[in-house]
Design a protein around this ligand. Structure first.
Ligand code: PGA
Length: 253
């Protein structure tokens, strides 16, 4: 049985004070719930990682970054390496988010390099895939996701691949309030798992954690997370409210 995971993607939101308040409020809620069986990962912007890490050390959640450099180290002004993040206690890293693909032109080669950097530095990649609305409407969603998964991850050997978490985030559902139907999420998760079984082994596919992301909130999380093959969620907007995010974490059990 795969344990459920809920990851908060704060994106480029909140002042430092607001971020601290959000974490404090969330920790208070967490501390009242001793039985929570969900793995929780909070991914704040880079400058707040240390603060989040300090709180995480006293609580039960983990801290992830929203991005990493595709380079190891050196003269790359403005970049943050996987090794730096690892050395400050960060455990996870979102890679291939559709906003990075779209606004920062992160193409397959860069994403492959980022996945390699994460694994070489013992960070767990949360690798995002998902189709655009016109691609789904044209019936190309399987083809698009297959290409993303293959290019981003299938160069890994079994041992490396097993460390990766995949997040299926249909781009048309991100920040739009338009969630995928639970059946659409379940169907794509099963499809991704079939690709993994074909490339690696059925056992590997069965062990892989695949999250859903895209307008997940306290109202719909239960329905989505209870679909077969959905191992939790990557939560954007709704993770900026402690009560709502906490409810989502509870719904993932
Ligand atoms: P959303 O974002 O929950 O605000 O739709 C999800 C994501 O982009 O990871």
């Amino acid at each position: 049985m795969r344990k459920k995971i809920v990851a908060a993607n704060w994106k480029m939101n909140l002042s430092f004070q607001e971020a601290e308040e959000l974490i404090e409020e969330f920790i208070d809620l967490l501390s009242e719930e001793e039985e929570l069986q969900t793995d929780i990962i909070v991914c704040p912007p880079f400058p707040y990682l240390e603060m989040a890490g300090d709180y995480a050390a006293e609580s039960s959640f983990k801290v992830g970054a929203q991005n990493i450099s595709s380079f190891q180290a050196g003269a790359y002004t403005g970049e943050v390496s996987a090794g730096m993040l690892k050395s400050m206690g960060v455990s996870h890293c979102i890679i291939g988010h559709s906003e990075r693909r779209k606004y920062f032109h992160e193409e397959e080669k860069i994403l492959t390099a980022k996945v390699n950097q994460a694994l070489a530095n013992e960070l767990i990649p949360i690798f995002c895939v998902g189709e655009l609305l016109p691609e789904r409407e044209a019936g190309k969603h399987h083809q698009v996701v297959r290409k993303q998964v293959r290019h981003g991850l299938f160069h890994l050997d079994t041992n490396e691949f097993e460390k990766v978490i995949i997040a299926y985030e249909p781009v048309w559902a991100i920040g739009t309030g338009m969630t995928a139907l639970p059946e659409q999420a379940a169907e794509m998760h099963a499809y991704i798992r079939s690709l993994i079984a074909e490339r690696y082994h059925q056992d590997v596919a069965d062990r892989t954690k695949i999250l859903y992301g895209g307008s997940c909130n306290a109202q719909n999380a239960n329905q989505i997370f209870s679909q077969p093959g959905v191992d939790g969620g990557l939560i954007g907007g709704a993770s900026l409210n402690a009560t709502e995010f906490f409810t989502i974490c509870k719904n993932a059990q």
